[in-house]
Design a protein around this ligand. Structure first.
Ligand SMILES: NC(=O)C1=CN([C@@H]2O[C@H](COP(=O)(O)OP(=O)(O)OC[C@H]3O[C@@H](n4cnc5c(N)ncnc54)[C@H](O)[C@@H]3O)[C@@H](O)[C@H]2O)C=CC1
Ligand SMILES: O=C(O)C(=O)CO
Length: 312
């Protein structure tokens, strides 16, 4: 079995060594420009079109959870990957725990009013503030998939009321589920902390705009863990400046790195990280890919296949 690997920043020799260990019958090689030799599987992130085009592959694995970049490349170059070749993505593989750490730490930060205490400290002000109550701190998760589900579990464990919104209704013990555009308003109405874990699709681009933000509770918070294009940044700034939103924590931006001139950098109630909410953990990802390839070779049903029509 021949496997080609391409990632612009990962430690390629490490990945090749570990994959070869887990798939002893396979020959795993780094794909380099000009390599047109046969391959059964391709493992990729931001692949050049020529790497995939015209190949008789059994499957392609995206080395991340989101497949928006590969699907947008495919839209521009449909011949890069025919529909008959399945595309897989990473399901959790250690990203769920990272998302939990990120969300829990920031929700607790807001809930215990550490943002207010930090602002007071800037003014050398010693002033205990009134506690917030969990009943007024409903967490609303947009996108209740693999990662949204994990985040919901962890915030439930901290005793917060948790609700989620997705395309179809979910059954998660203790979590109130809302589905479809017709239930979006009800979902937002009681949400105090909005956590975004939607995929980037034609339907979700720009979904977090002023109309949506205005439906949240007053003095709400936004945690964007998914993709920058979900948020209309001017609308976010407006919601912050009118105090509809009390704070925002952003891991992702419509342009990355965030341009120096963006007013988000300096906003006193915005905190940000450089797209690190959940990164690919090599060992877990390699375990998953090796397990899935073994399953595909046996003809088993395996999970993680992207539905290209849906876009995730
Ligand atoms: N910031 C970071 O470091 C990372 C960000 N991500 C982002 O997180 C996203 C989510 O990842 P997973 O949970 O693994 O995806 P998933 O596919 O398991 O879950 C997506 C959820 O969104 C819902 N959804 C999709 N379209 C919808 C629509 N139009 N309306 C309502 N609900 C809709 C689905 O029903 C599903 O519940 C990824 O697509 C990726 O963009 C993923 C990993 C790291
Ligand atoms: O896996 C993904 O989709 C990511 O955004 C990784 O940072």
């Amino acid at each position: 079995m021949e496997i080609i690997f391409y990632h612009p920043t990962f430690d390629t020799p490490y990945w090749i060594a570990q994959l070869s260990k887990q798939l002893p019958g396979a020959n795993v090689r780094e794909w380099k420009k000009g390599d047109n030799q046969h391959a059964d599987y391709a493992l990729v992130w931001h692949p050049p079109v020529e790497m995939l085009q015209g190949r008789d592959l059994k499957a392609v694995f995206a080395l991340g959870a989101g497949v928006d970049s590969i699907l947008s490349k495919l839209k521009a170059n449909p011949e890069m990957l025919p529909e008959s070749i399945p595309l897989f993505r990473l399901e959790d593989t250690g990203m769920g725990l990272q998302m939990q750490e990120y969300a829990v730490s920031q929700v607790l930060h807001w809930f215990r009013r550490f943002d207010d205490y930090q602002a007071q400290q800037q003014k050398s002000e010693w002033q205990p503030l009134a506690d917030y109550h969990r009943d007024d701190f409903t967490i609303g998760i947009m996108g209740a998939g693999v990662l949204g589900g994990k985040v919901a579990e962890s915030l439930l464990a901290w005793g917060f009321p948790v609700r989620c919104w997705s395309r179809s209704r979910k059954t998660m013990p203790g979590v109130k589920s809302f589905a479809g555009t017709e239930e979006l308003g009800d979902f937002l109405r009681e949400t105090r902390v909005l956590i975004n874990l939607l995929p980037n699709t034609a339907e979700t681009v720009g979904i977090i705009n002023l109309t949506l933000l205005n439906q949240l509770q007053d003095h709400s918070y936004l945690l964007n863990l998914a993709r920058g294009v979900h948020v209309v940044e001017d609308d976010l700034l407006q919601a912050l400046n009118t105090h509809k939103l009390k704070g925002a924590m952003l891991d992702v931006f419509s342009r990355e790195p965030l341009p120096q001139e963006s007013p988000l950098w300096q906003h006193p109630r915005v905190v940000m990280t450089p797209h690190i909410a959940a990164v690919t953990r090599p060992q877990e990802a390699i375990d998953y890919i090796a397990r899935t390839i073994t399953g595909l070779e046996r003809g088993d049903h395996v999970s993680g296949q992207v539905d290209r029509q849906r876009g995730y």
